[in-house]
Design a protein around this ligand. Structure first.
Ligand code: TMP
Length: 209
């Protein structure tokens, strides 16, 4: 069963997902809802440990299978310790990246078979798929330019090259086209307020807020 209160943000690097996740949380809180904002990889103490293994270091430090298993190990902990308990407490959950990122990054980007990823999704996520997924879309060079200005050492995927990131952009658009009931593509080239308005429009027209 999909929960209308579980919303995910997806997209390439530098699309503004974390900013927009925070802004959506504030908008929902203004409507009287309790909201938990979380992220992947991460979102629980154990999953944050695993995150640091995934997002930093040499680009080829993991084989695609190991990387995929690490992502799902983190996701299992995150779901068990953070997402499911929050939904059970009646909170809205907004997650910065979720399983679509695995189909894009580890699947299309790193060559893992979509069937393998779907099998792990069924095992780990089960019926707890998001009710709405907002895919923030923008040209690769714009996103990487924005991401490169951030001061952080979590840039393992940013360093994977333009071709990798072009494939990811298309992968997210293909995911949206294949599941239009769950996914909405948001043009993230606009300024922050315009993007936030488009997101609120998508959320309020599809979910009971
Ligand atoms: P962030 O930059 O949006 O915080 O995400 C951290 C990195 O983790 C980002 O480069 C994408 C990557 N990632 C995957 O490769 N697979 C996944 O399933 C998730 C959730 C993230």
């Amino acid at each position: 069963m999909r929960s209308g209160r579980f919303i995910t943000f997806e997209g390439g690097e530098g699309a503004g997902k974390s900013t927009q996740a925070r802004r959506l949380a504030q908008a929902l809180e203004r409507h009287g809802h309790g909201v938990v904002v979380t992220r992947e990889p991460g979102g629980s103490p154990g999953a944050e440990h695993i995150r640091s293994l995934i997002v930093s270091g040499d680009t080829d430090k993991w084989t695609p299978l190991t990387e995929t298993l690490l992502v799902f190990a983190a996701r299992a902990d995150h779901l068990e310790r953070t997402i499911r308990p929050a939904l059970e407490r009646g909170k809205w959950v907004i997650c910065d990246r979720f399983v679509d990122s695995t189909f894009a990054y580890q699947g299309v980007g790193q060559g893992m078979s979509p069937d393998t990823i779907a099998g792990l999704r069924d095992l780990v996520v089960g019926e707890d798929m998001p009710g709405l997924t907002l895919i923030l879309d923008l040209p690769v060079e714009t996103g990487l330019g924005r991401a490169g200005k951030r001061d952080h050492d979590e840039d393992r995927f940013e360093r994977m090259g333009d071709d990798f990131h072009m494939k990811l952009r298309q992968a997210f658009l293909d995911i949206a086209a294949a599941d239009p009931e769950r996914c909405v593509v948001i043009d993230a080239t606009h300024d922050e307020d315009t993007v936030a308005d488009a997101i609120w429009q998508a959320v309020s027209s599809r979910l009971a807020v």
